[in-house]
Design a protein around this ligand. Sequence first.
Ligand code: PEP
Ligand code: MN
Length: 365
Amino acid sequence: MSYSQYLLELSPIQSWLKPVAIPLVIGGPCSAESFKQVMDTARALFESGKVSVFRAGIWKPRSRPLGFQGAGEEGLKWLSKVKKTFKMPVAVEVAIPRHVELADKYDIDILWIGARTVVNPFSVEELTKSLKGIERPVFVKNPINPDINLWIGAIERVNKAGIKKIAAIHRGFQGLTRTKYRNEPMWEIPLELKRLFPEMPIITDPSHISGSRALLKDICQKSIDFQMDGLMIESHINPSKALTDIDQQITPAELSRIIDSLIIRKKRKTKSFNTLDVLRNEIDSIDHELLGILAKRMEMAIKIGHYKKENNIDSIQPKHWKKIIEERISFGGSSGLDEEFLRELFDLIHQESIKKQNDIIKKKD
Ligand code: PEP
Ligand code: MN
């Protein structure tokens, strides 16, 4: 498919976002929780000298209606204060036209569209109608599912509304199973976006990719190695008391330490990593999913092991297994997988499942 029809008219990032340091860092809490929390966090980030833009969620897309839903309009007043006090541009998530209207009223510098909104072209269309005439940069997060066209589609809709200051934010994708990441990075997707739209800045959000503090640094380094254009990192003055995303927020001091530890290599020619590194990253993602699925299958075999024990059923059921292997060979064969390979693979999986089930059955209660 050719994307030439979608060539976007974009302003170079240097003309609208001046980094105070390299790499460009957007930092701030997942949610604005109180005036004090916002001001204390902003002050510490400002004083670190590393953060160019202050972020905070004002309306939170929570899975369930209980609990903290965000500070709402009141929070915008706190952000105005951050802007005035520290002369830092401020950014918030907007999901419906009313959010855009309010963000505009409080002179919020940058708007971002969250992952849950980008999945729905109707929502994006409604939102972009309200963006018309609003001269503010817009960041577009990737959709939750790994669909590059949904991401591109949202960027195009924003651009069609007349917004020329656009950046994409890579926050990871939901895979088939849970891995060590909260959201699989699938680097091949932002890299493909970069290849299609070389002028558009892409900012990595390691906080929502990792979901945990321990993985942040490696993702930041990877982002730099892939020559992404900046980082959006969640930071809270007191992370253990955070009302949302408690496991992934770090203190401003930790953020500063991570940034100091990053190795900024000399620019490589983009071409040199595009082919092999992209393909290798794709294999990494696929292997992570494969291992996640294997672990899930093993969990299921263990459940069946308990059932067999309770009902006095043998762990090995040759007739049933013969049927399974035939079905798998036929199913896998239709995707072009070799019969011998499938037989060996499933024998191995079967042996491991039986071993696990025998351990359960033999174990004295
Ligand atoms: C956020 O940035 O706090 C957020 C809700 O992110 P996402 O839309 O990526 O889940
Ligand atoms: Mn968050």
